[in-house]
Design a binder for this molecule. Structure first.
Ligand code: HEM
Ligand SMILES: *[C@@H]1O[C@H](CO)[C@@H](O)[C@H](O)[C@H]1NC(C)=O
Ligand SMILES: *[C@@H]1O[C@H](CO)[C@@H](O)[C@H](O)[C@H]1NC(C)=O
Ligand SMILES: *[C@@H]1O[C@H](CO)[C@@H](O)[C@H](O)[C@H]1NC(C)=O
Ligand SMILES: *[C@@H]1O[C@H](CO)[C@@H](O)[C@H](O)[C@H]1NC(C)=O
Length: 508
């Protein structure tokens, strides 16, 4: 017994010594300052995970604008000066944008590699996304979303008695329900013969989505899904409902999903379930950020009387100019691209809400050793290292955004109430000042649609309902930092609000 303990003791000691001698990376000349952290493999991951913003600010004070941290076995170079962002993006040819995303997607959603280099697929998903989420395709998507939002918010059999009464609900729960259902219908189509059954299925999927999304940060961090039994089951059920045999029975399936369904040769070696899991990845990308973004936009708008007033006026005017009359039964509101794009107040409200709640980590991998030339110096980067931007540092920088923690609905409006695009740091005009959708080649392909659907939601809420917070002086809920790095952070706690259908003109 003693000898076994002794042997283990020696083995562990030797391993530790080996790790200290060979495992710890040493800074070479020309490289950024290096934080190895104290824990093998994890490095600084625990500190980073606990509060990324504070961790990065502390390192910025200690090392300056560029430094390297060991995180989960990887060496991550953080570039923290907003004035350097455009310089970083000039080095595109040295970056592998996809490697990290492909691996993460496969781990989180459980499909095999979608990297064409691995031989299982030939689809260029980047092209698919751009073709089906932007340009002409955006018209159809946007039209379908407007219709679906109204189906959800104001179903044809909406009880008339409810029109006179206030309904009270958690605002986050409300946004979750409405955006999830409308977004799901918009991407994956409607079952016109079984509306009620499909509704029940979507609400069931919503519960599973929440369950799965709860463990998403852990999956990205590298934990296997098997550790989380209920989340694993939830993921499988979600995928089950996205199989092609089900989707084939639907109407109005979006171009994005249709294209991927019927390009049989592109997903060659995948079975039905694996294909469904790639659709699940799209479902997640389309919902996980949009839902909290919708919440924050609605919350800040309702909470700020000036914002509410300016938004209502803008929406009323837009509807009038578009010849849209609100009616209780009868026609749905519909606005085309030009009309939706010409709403600077709503744009500013949404931007400001996203500025305050976004915490994304923009990541690219170095394809080879190279030198990164920035405004204030050059840095040697090794192959397979990661270059990261954390735009929250910029979004909350008082130099760029005075009083950065305060919601100012008109922050992105200029003196003529048109979109404001000039922001400065140290007197220098910034090329990048707003980055909730990422940057460079991996910028979110759904960003136009995302903003439009949030706008549509706000337009409909303002048009159909009277809105109030249950308590007039709600403190702003805190951000759920456990999801930092993934995008828009949800609120830590929900906020109760009341809504009541407006007394609308009835059609003759
Ligand atoms: C407010 C809402 C949204 C935010 C803040 C957001 C943000 C982001 C970010 C930060 C990325 C990663 C970019 C990078 O790695 O640099 C991303 C990727 C992506 N987003 Fe969005 N997104 C939103 C809504 C949407 C919507 C509505 C869709 C689609 C319908 C969508 C589709 C995608 C897809 C497909 C990717 C992956 C792109 C790729 O891997 O090539 N997003 N999004
Ligand atoms: C390709 O797909 C097959 C079958 O799904 C799987 O066994 C294999 O691991 C995949 N290859 C890669 C590189 O992911
Ligand atoms: C894809 O496969 C389905 C069923 O296997 C078939 O009905 C369809 O025609 C195929 N599409 C193409 C473009 O080959
Ligand atoms: C939207 O409608 C307006 C007014 O009918 C029209 O002037 C404009 O060209 C339309 N825009 C698009 C993109 O169809
Ligand atoms: C995706 O396509 C766009 C437009 O063609 C291009 O600018 C971008 O670099 C591509 N991204 C990747 C990761 O290939």
């Amino acid at each position: 017994m003693m000898t076994i303990t002794l042997i283990w003791g020696i083995v562990i000691t030797v391993c530790c010594c080996l790790w200290i001698i060979f495992g710890i990376r040493r800074r070479k000349t020309g490289e950024p300052p290096l934080e190895n952290g104290l824990i093998p493999y994890l490095g600084c991951a625990l500190k980073f995970g606990a509060n990324p913003l504070e961790f990065l600010r502390a390192n910025q004070r200690k090392h300056g604008h560029v430094f390297t941290c060991k995180l989960m076995g990887k060496y991550v170079h953080f570039i923290t000066n907003s004035l350097s962002y455009h310089k970083v993006l000039c080095h595109g040819k040295y970056f592998d944008w996809k490697k990290f995303h492909y691996t993460t997607s496969a781990k989180a959603f459980g499909h095999s590699s979608i990297d064409p280099n691995d031989g299982n697929t030939t689809e260029n998903i980047n092209d698919t996304f751009i073709k089906t989420l932007q340009g002409d395709a955006l018209n159809c998507l946007s039209e379908a979303m407007m219709e679906n939002l109204q189906l959800v918010l104001r179903p044809p059999n909406f009880p008339k008695s409810r029109s006179a009464a206030w309904v009270s609900e958690g605002m986050y729960a409300f946004c979750y329900r409405v955006m999830f259902e409308a977004g799901y219908l918009t991407l994956f189509g409607r079952d016109l013969t079984k509306t009620e059954a499909q509704r029940a299925q979507i609400l069931n999927d919503l519960d599973n989505f929440k369950e799965f999304d709860r463990v998403f940060p852990a999956l990205v961090a590298g934990f296997p899904i098997h550790v989380f039994k209920t989340a694993h089951q939830a993921r499988e059920k979600l995928a089950e409902d996205l199989k092609h045999e089900t989707l084939r029975t639907r109407d109005h399936v979006s171009e994005l999903i249709r294209l991927r369904m019927f390009l049989n040769d592109t997903l060659t070696t995948f079975d039905d379930m694996e294909k469904a899991k790639t659709h699940l990845a799209v479902l997640w990308a389309s919902q996980a950020n949009t839902i909290p973004a919708t919440f924050w936009s609605l919350f800040h708008m309702i909470r700020n009387p000036e914002a509410m007033k300016a938004a209502s006026e803008e929406v009323n005017e837009a509807l009038m100019n578009a010849g849209q009359t609100l009616s209780f039964e009868g026609n749905l509101i519909s606005l085309n691209q030009t009309q939706l794009n010409d709403l600077p107040v709503l744009d500013s409200i949404i931007k400001e809400a996203l500025r305050l709640s976004s915490a994304s980590l923009n990541i690219r991998t170095a394809k080879k050793d190279f030198t990164l030339h920035l405004e204030d110096g050059s840095y040697n980067i090794r192959k397979d290292d990661i270059i990261a931007l954390y735009p929250q540092l910029m979004h909350l920088d008082p130099e760029i955004y005075p009083d950065p923690l305060t919601f100012k609905y008109d922050r992105y409006l200029d003196a003529n109430r048109k979109p404001k695009t000039t922001f400065y740091s140290n007197g220098v005009k910034l090329k990048y000042y707003y980055m909730p959708f990422g940057s460079g080649a991996m910028i979110c392909p759904g960003r136009w649609f995302a903003v439009q659907e949030i706008k549509q939601f706000l337009i409909l809420m303002l048009s159909y309902f009277e809105l109030e917070l249950v308590e007039s002086h709600y403190k702003c809920p805190l951000l759920d930092q456990s999801r930092a790095g993934l995008g828009i952070l949800p609120p830590l706690n929900d906020v109760q609000f009341k809504y009541k259908l407006k007394q609308l003109r009835r059609c003759a």
